[in-house]
Design a protein around this ligand. Sequence first.
Ligand SMILES: *Cc1c(COP(=O)(O)O)cnc(C)c1O
Length: 353
Amino acid sequence: MVLQRPVMNDLPVYKQGAAPEGPDSFKLSSNENPFGPLPSVVDAVASRLGLINTYPAISAPELTDALSVRLGVDAECLAFGAGSVEVASQLIHASAGAGDEVIFAWRSFEAYPSLVKIAGATPVMVPLTADHRHDLDAMADAVTENTRLILICNPNNPTGGVVSTAELDAFMARVPSNILVVVDEAYVHFNTDPDTAVGLDFFRRYQNVAVLHTFSKAYGLAGLRVGYAIARPEVAANLRRVSVPFAVSDLAQHAAVTSLAVEPELEERIAVIRAERARVEAALDEQGWGLERSHGNFVWLNTGAATVAVNEVLIESGILGRAFPGEGIRVSIGSAAANDRFIEAARRAHKLS
Ligand SMILES: *Cc1c(COP(=O)(O)O)cnc(C)c1O
């Protein structure tokens, strides 16, 4: 056997959401956008295909300019990666190594524990509250002299809960100002709750806050891999240092630039997804699931010990969600047809829950 790092034995391979087993099932396991790409985005990508023999611009200049204007932040505060999961990895690598601790809520985004361990650091996983939201008091209590980074997923994947402005302010008052707090806003476009902490506002108000955004979810570019951090220039520069060179393809950069230019069209689609979420939640409320409100493009069935049994009924009905045995099932909001099917499957499964 060749020598490998001992941590390899402790790293699961990232599990992709279940794929449809036939034409009659719906993949609602990866929070993908049910709409295909906009024609203008397809055209932008097509127009760049003749360049794929060359490396992309490493600094993503056009995307940087467009985002800088769109967000009202300096260009030097932006750093990119192949999806925001890669940027999360950059943030962890830039902040934490052997002996350092990274705090995040659990259950939250499945990639966090592995990314922290790959960096050689120690994950500190703080259980969610009884209503499946971040327990910010317990997270502040978990800070030690070894803490280097805190991840806050807002809205939280997979449970959909949010952290309010007042809660995050109270938390920031307790966290030492030399520890970076990262607000992962992968689902920010699906959230209309006015009390939710807005990452960009916190970035402006606190020197030690960074924000993660992605084009994968609301903008429907999951297959092209582009996300970014908004961070202080020193931190953003370090993210460029630890990034994999040329990770964001030219196709991804131009699809993202075009998406920003057609945001109103994308907003219409996002509004449809939010309306579908409300429809699914109303139907599940009527069935008696007692759902907590989700602010992402998914809902969370709090099935606990019945998770596997409920998930079997969903699978038999062609609904492929993401089940966490013993905890619950996250089901993405899909097309109207997929959501209809999910509502019917949930009706059949409810007696098991
Ligand atoms: C989907 C997701 C991401 C990022 O996805 P990318 O495709 O890598 O941009 C980041 N954070 C959370 C919480 C997510 O659910």
